[in-house]
Every structure is written in structure tokens, then in C-alpha cells.
Design a protein around this ligand. Structure first.
Ligand code: CMC
Length: 355
């Protein structure tokens, strides 16, 4: 097993999962990347087939879970329902308190498999539609779009969704992964660690930035309004959502891939409007913050992913949950690593001055 879950070079813009560059991982199925993160090695063909079969078999939710979804507030962000439902289902997992590697692996597979179904069922319920049961013949991304839209997705959209989950899967000790690790360090169960991750991911400085990017692009409306908007934000010393990163001081490699994907979608749909609006925002930020003021503020993972959702007609209400669907494999990989250490994370208050 390769022990390096993640490697980031924030100056060169390099990202690797288990020592494999993100640009090599991007064309694999999400299931293979999930396997790599959790088990530490890329799967052989037979291992991948078995892992995928186990994941696809665990996608379903029962009537009780649907009842809980219906009782959630259907008018707010899907993250609120997601963390409620994950907490609820934990109580019925027969392996909840089994902290052996096998018990944790069974829970991991259930969690990775069922989270997309919860998000899709919530979304359809919130929109007055019947939930669509998962299709075990479809890959992770295609199945999610199918459950959202109720029809087999366009191949390019399915590919983009699969790649979105891969790009979102892991990012070292980001805030939500740190939360998950702290929970796991107390030897609490995997569901609790995932709920901790969800609660942290939803903040607007972290995964919540994605939905704010969508709202921002909508507000700006067209390329010619971008510069004025950016200048006003800088003048008021406000953050521009989808830009900047604690670790990357150059282009975020995930942002670069998302930009290419959003261009492909725009071209395939014959509608460059949202892509060109986003590019005008990016150009204005680079000009004003990087070139004029020397600040290393580049588009991060959340910027062009927001553009992709606009083309795929995915509403802002789902954006952070989609991030969570991808990131869950990374959280689990870190929890497994933390369980092995059997050591509680307990920093002293002065260490926060470094954060
Ligand atoms: N727009 C304008 N100025 C910015 C931005 C931005 N998005 N990000 C940083 N800056 C400026 C900031 O004003 C500060 O300037 P000064 O030194 O003059 O006070 C300087 O850059 C350093 O900013 P910081 O907030 O101290 O940097 P940080 O490393 O603590 O924060 C960040 C990183 C991602 C929280 C921040 O860049 C930010 O709030 N970005 C917008 C929200 C966002 O897109 N979040 C998603 C992050 S990536 C994916 C994820 O983690 O989920």
C-alpha cells in the first residue's frame, strides 16, 4: 500500500493521489480512483470489477430513508438534508461499532455508494418529482445524473460528472478532511467522521464556494460586466468566490482541467456565453490581483466547476453536495490512516495562530 494519500506542490501546481498525477487519473473511472485512495494501489481489472459491483449493489435507499428525506426542509441547500440522512442511516448499519478493517471497509462501500442516491432523491423530492432508483449498470457519474434527471445522460455530461467526482475526491489536509480525521482520531465511527466532513465542507470558504460562484456568474450576467464587478469587489476588499487557495500560489491543476471541461461543454452545446463570462472574470482577476498587485490569486477548483453546472442545468442548491459525493473517498482514506495511528488529535490553542 502506498502511504502517501496526497501530494500537492502549491508552487508548481502539481497534485497526486497516492503518487499518481491527477492528469493520469482523470481518464479512469471514479471507482478506480476511489479504490486507489482507500486501498492505496490502483486496482487490477478483476479487483475493479469486484469493487464496482459491491458499490453498485449498495446504492439503494429504503422507504424509511425516503420518509426522513421528505421530512427535511425541501427549500434549502441539499447539504443540510445530506448530513441529516447520513447521520440517520448510521443507526441502522450493523457494522456501526465494528472498527475492524473489514467492518470499516463495508461501511466505506455503503457510504460511497449511497450518498449520491440520497442527494438525488432529496433533489427530486424538493422539485415535486418521484425519486429515480439507481441503475447498477451505470458508472458513478452517469448514474448520479440519471437519478437527478430521470433519463439516461448525454455521454459528454456523464464523462464530465465522472471527472468532477475524481477532481473533488481528495486534497490532503483541507478543512473537511481535517475535521473527519479529528473525529476518527477519537476512534469514533466512520459515519460520524463523514458527518464531520460534511458539516465543514458546506462553509462558503470551502466547498460552499461552488454555489456562490454560480450565483456570482449569474449576477454578472455577461462578459462585459465582469471587470466592473471584479474592481468593485477589490475596492470593497471582498473575496471573489472561486479564486485563491491556501496551498496553491499558481493555477490549481483541478481548476485548469475544469476549465477545459467547461469549454468542451460550451462548444458541444453551441453556447459560449457562460464560458466567456467566466473567462472574462478570470482575466479581470488575473489582471487586477496577480499582474497589478502581485497577489497569487488564481481560479481554484470551485470556479469552473460552477460554470459546468450552469451548462448541465444543475442548480446551486446541489453544488456542494456534488463536491461531497466526490470527496467522501478522500475522507475515508484519511480516516483509515488515522484509525491505524490510534492517537487522538489534540492541538494546543497557540497552534491555531499558524492556521
Ligand atoms: N478574492 C480577492 N482577494 C483574495 C481572495 C479572493 N478570492 N482570496 C484571497 N485574497 C486576498 C485576501 O484579501 C488577502 O489580501 P491581503 O493580504 O491584502 O489582506 C490575501 O489574498 C490572502 O488571503 P487569505 O484569505 O488570508 O488567504 P487564505 O489562504 O487564508 O484563504 C481561501 C484561502 C481559499 C479561503 C481564500 O482565497 C478565499 O476566501 N477564497 C474565496 C472562497 C473560495 O473560493 N473558497 C474555495 C477554496 S478552494 C476549494 C476548497 O477548499 O473547498
Amino acid at each position: 500500500m502506498n502511504k502517501n494519500i496526497c501530494f500537492i506542490d502549491g508552487l508548481e501546481g502539481i497534485l497526486k493521489y497516492r503518487d499518481v498525477d491527477i492528469n493520469e487519473l482523470i481518464d479512469l473511472p471514479y471507482d478506480a480512483v476511489s479504490y486507489l485512495l482507500i486501498k492505496g494501489e490502483l486496482p487490477e481489472e478483476k479487483e475493479l470489477a469486484e469493487y464496482s459491483a459491491r458499490l453498485h449493489a449498495e446504492r439503494g435507499i429504503n422507504r424509511e430513508v425516503m420518509d426522513v428525506i421528505r421530512m427535511c426542509n425541501l427549500n434549502i441547500d441539499s447539504m443540510e438534508a445530506l448530513l441529516t440522512v447520513v447521520s440517520f442511516i448510521s443507526q441502522f448499519d450493523p457494522d456501526l461499532y465494528d472498527n475492524s478493517l473489514e467492518g470499516n471497509m463495508r461501511k466505506a462501500i455503503r457510504l460511497i455508494a449511497v450518498v449520491p442516491t440520497i442527494v438525488a432523491a432529496y433533489y427530486r423530492t424538493a422539485n415535486g418529482k418521484e425519486p429515480v432508483p439507481p441503475d447498477p449498470s451505470l458508472a458513478h457519474g452517469a448514474n448520479f445524473l440519471y437519478m437527478i434527471k430521470g433519463s439516461k445522460p448525454d455521454p459528454l455530461e456523464a464523462e464530465v460528472m465522472e471527472k468532477d467526482f475524481i477532481l473533488s475526491a481528495e486534497h490532503e489536509l483541507n478543512a473537511s478532511t481535517f475535521s473527519s480525521r479529528v473525529t476518527a482520531s477519537t476512534m469514533s465511527d466512520l459515519y460520524s467522521a463523514v458527518v464531520s466532513g460534511l458539516c465543514t465542507l458546506k462553509g462558503p470558504l470551502h466547498g460552499g464556494a461552488r454555489s456562490e460562484v454560480m450565483t456570482m456568474i449569474e449576477t454578472i450576467g455577461s462578459p462585459e460586466n465582469a471587470e466592473k464587478f471584479v474592481l468593485e469587489k477589490i475596492e470593497k476588499r471582498e473575496k471573489i468566490m472561486g479564486f485563491g487557495h491556501r496551498v496553491y500560489k499558481t493555477y490549481d491543476p483541478r481548476g485548469t482541467i475544469f476549465k477545459q471541461l467547461s469549454r468542451r461543454l460550451a462548444e458541444a452545446k453551441g453556447d459560449m456565453h457562460w464560458y466567456e463570462t467566466a473567462e472574462a472574470i478570470e482575466n479581470a482577476v488575473i489582471r487586477e490581483l496577480v499582474e497589478k498587485r502581485g497577489k497569487p490569486i488564481y481560479p481554484n477548483i470551485d470556479f469552473y466547476s460552477g460554470v459546468i453546472y450552469k451548462y448541465m442545468e444543475i442548480p446551486p442548491q446541489l453544488a456542494t453536495s456534488i463536491f461531497a459525493i466526490g470527496r467522501i473517498s478522500g475522507w475515508i482514506a484519511h480516516c483509515f490512516d488515522q484509525y491505524e495511528k490510534k492517537k487522538i488529535i489534540r492541538p494546543r490553542i497557540f497552534m491555531l495562530d499558524e492556521c
